[in-house]
Design a protein. Sequence first.
Length: 339
Amino acid sequence: MRKEVILITGANGEIGHGLIEHLAKNCSTPILGMDIQPLDDAMKSYCSTFIQGDILDLMLLGRLVGEYEIKTIYHLASILSTKAEYNPETAHKINVDGMLNLLRLAVEQSQWQGKPVKFIYPSSIAAYGFATLEDKEKSGLIKEHASDFPTTMYGVNKLYCEHLGRYYAKYYKQLSADRDRSIYVDFRSIRFPGLISALTIPTGGTSDYGPEMLHHAAQELPYHCFVRPNTCLPFMVMPDAVKSLIMLEGASRENLSQLVYNVTSFSPTADDFYKHVIQAFPGAVVDFVPDKARQGIVDSWPAELDDSAARKDWGWSPDYNETDSFEKYLIPAIKTRYS
């Protein structure tokens, strides 16, 4: 008998930690975690099984098909924006080829089970791209299918993977004579804004100037912010990111009008971040030393997202606004972490 599980790749990442803990506490289906790094000790009790392995390892993924009945796949594993720019070919291999491998696994699972397997994919505002800062400032709220001209390898990967998911959900082997149209991959994707966690360290995202500022201040370390003070991006705290993934996974397919959804919470400037930081940590040393290349990437991303489709289709609404994010979640938890 194959064991029914929820598969989470990238289990050791920022989203993985929050998602695994939530599912372990609120879902009866066992969790199969997978990451190329050993699982953090704090997460071990939450995963019924953990596999240390590579999403590019086809033999390993073949074992999963044979040993498990996978109910839902949360494919979180990826190389983030800043690291991807230093080695774009490697990033493409992991982000795209890895995605393709997981979609193949989902197809095999769907065919074997005789029903669709849900495939939940976190995308990013990096999938957007404005040619100039002036274009960004004129844009206003951005819907899912506007300004999709990413300027980073990470953004290109995310946008392409969204389209891969759409293909596997709607058009996979569309000319095959024996294609069973009732069995498909139930692909669902969220375009996240910048994510901030109080519990895990930022890991190389271009939007990480905000959380890095907080974590440095809590450790009494000086921080050189790599963007201008007036730089504006949408953000969300990790509990709301996890909430959105859970809500989208649980939504009825009939209620979903699209496959890719924006979600957002608040859109502070870098200076707004600094004001929250200095209020909580009066001795914090922060200066603004914009890095031309990284600033250019941030300037190509939207300042505000339109998440009206998610609100309408599956009732999305964040629990934390800007004030609550800092006062009720980030500051208390980060102070406790470094006390």
